[in-house]
Design a protein around this ligand. Structure first.
Ligand SMILES: NC(=O)c1ccc[n+]([C@@H]2O[C@H](COP(=O)([O-])OP(=O)(O)OC[C@H]3O[C@@H](n4cnc5c(N)ncnc54)[C@H](O)[C@@H]3O)[C@@H](O)[C@H]2O)c1
Length: 247
């Protein structure tokens, strides 16, 4: 099937769409024909992503929106405004919003632990719940929800007790969502990227980056628009719940 016909008429919500992986997801989905809602806590970044999206196909309408995924109220407003704008909930949702607040376990502040869990784990829960509730309420026959975990959630990483715990939680959340939502035709999958060059990894000291690189067979970090995006597109178009968890 031609790439440009695969996602036509799919309305896609991408949280964290203002930067890095989320931005690359927005750009790829738009180029595949989807209408994209770029949602981010930073209005400026969301608008910047929106300005970079292709929209040549008939019926393609993109929208930028501000959301804080750790706030139920903020997500409710977002879903309502999407439904007002498009007369339907998003049938594809990619949860790419995420943060790090790295510190060694011995000195990690409680509020830094809580904030990372609130954005990465609770945020994925709240968005998944709000989007699936909207899909079920309108009687949609199918939907696809993707969460972004991390290899760190499987193997741990120095200085990232909070982040590793949040990403391990995202996997458990997604497995359970997949089991509960399959009867509504909603597929749920979690991708676990390795290390990808984005503003998030820009914060990691050079010394640590070169250590990480040495663990990667290719000897370099991944790119946001690389294989990861191909996997995300496949998850929305080709795979069924029963054959695909991301790992
Ligand atoms: N870069 C990597 O190596 C890597 C590896 C594995 C997983 N991930 C995950 O991929 C996702 C995207 O990361 P990235 O590397 O593109 O980072 P990034 O910092 O470039 O992008 C994250 C985006 O999330 C937004 N955001 C932060 N808090 C938010 C909130 N409360 N509500 C809404 N938006 C919020 C930010 O404004 C930013 O635009 C994250 O979940 C991250 O944990 C990244």
């Amino acid at each position: 099937m031609a790439a440009a016909t695969r996602l036509i008429s799919r309305l896609t919500l991408v949280t964290g769409g203002g930067s890095g992986i989320g931005r690359a997801v927005c750009q790829r989905f738009a180029s595949e024909g989807a209408s994209v809602v770029v949602a981010d806590i930073s209005e400026e970044s969301a608008n910047e992503t929106m300005g970079s999206l292709s929209g040549d196909l008939r019926g393609q309408v993109h929208m930028a929106a501000v959301v804080d995924v750790s706030s139920k109220e903020s997500i409710k407003k977002l879903v309502t405004s999407i439904q007002t704008h498009y007369f339907q909930p998003p049938s594809v949702c990619v949860n790419a919003a995420g943060i790090t607040q790295d510190e060694f376990l011995l000195s990690m502040e409680e509020e830094h632990f809580d904030r990372v869990i609130q954005v990465n784990l609770k945020g994925s829960f709240l968005v998944t719940q709000a989007v699936s509730q909207a899909l079920v309420a309108c009687g949609a026959s199918k939907g696809s929800i993707i969460t972004v975990g991390s290899i760190v959630g499987k193997v741990g990483n120095l200085g990232q007790a909070n982040y590793a715990a949040s990403k391990a939680g995202v996997q458990g959340l997604t497995r359970t969502a997949a089991k509960e939502l399959s009867r509504f035709g909603i597929r749920c999958n979690c991708v676990l990227p390795g290390f990808i060059t984005t503003p998030m990894t820009d914060k990691v000291p050079e010394k640590v980056i070169s250590k990480l690189q040495s663990l990667v067979p290719l000897g370099r970090l991944g790119e946001p628009a690389g294989q990861l995006i191909r996997l995300l597109v496949k998850l929305n178009c080709l795979f069924s719940l029963h054959v695909c968890y991301s790992e």
